[in-house]
Design a protein around this ligand. Structure first.
Ligand code: NI
Length: 166
């Protein structure tokens, strides 16, 4: 396993759509292992492949709660509850920035099992639902700052400008 470099706000890959994964091979397994190692090294609870400079639909999650450690391939959200929840979010690719994001409290999503490619469906609520929404956004080139209120975005715009210059 190796720890990978985390891409930072301003790098183009974070705004691109990730590609559908078709092959369940050694390369995918290694990517997932490396993503877990990178996420743990950075003290994150979720990481999407574009954050390690790989344009593929793969995310890893570990909320540190029992039974909430997953690698999801080709995740797609099928349903979002009308009920929402507001929580403070950050992102390993946007260091130093945080803000309140409103997201669906519960979701249902599908994904492919990372070993077999078998299609599965799952429901999630609260923190897990939030992380799946945040990471799935990454696969569509969407960042949590896109969901901030105008006021919060303006107040953090200087940090964002500085990050993007690097
Ligand atoms: Ni993120």
């Amino acid at each position: 396993m190796s720890k990978l470099r985390v891409t930072i706000y301003g790098e183009e890959i974070l705004r691109k759509k990730a590609r559908f994964v078709k092959n369940y091979d050694k390369r995918l397994k290694k990517l997932i292992d490396d993503m877990f190692q990178t996420m743990y090294a950075e003290n994150g609870i979720g990481l999407a492949a574009p954050q390690v400079n790989v344009q593929r639909k793969v995310i890893v999650i570990d909320t540190q709660q029992e039974g909430e450690k997953f690698a999801l391939v080709n995740p797609k959200i099928l349903w979002k509850s009308e009920e929402t929840e507001t929580m403070n979010e950050g992102c390993l690719s946007i260091p130093g920035v945080e803000g309140d994001v409103v997201r669906a409290k519960s979701i249902r999503f599908k994904y492919n099992h990372p070993d077999t490619g078998e299609e599965k469906e799952m429901e999630a609520s609260d923190l897990l639902a939030r992380v799946v929404q945040h990471e799935t956004d990454h696969l569509n080139g969407v960042l949590f700052i896109d969901h901030l209120s105008e006021k919060d975005r303006v107040s953090q715009s200087r940090i964002l400008d500085e990050l993007a210059v690097v």
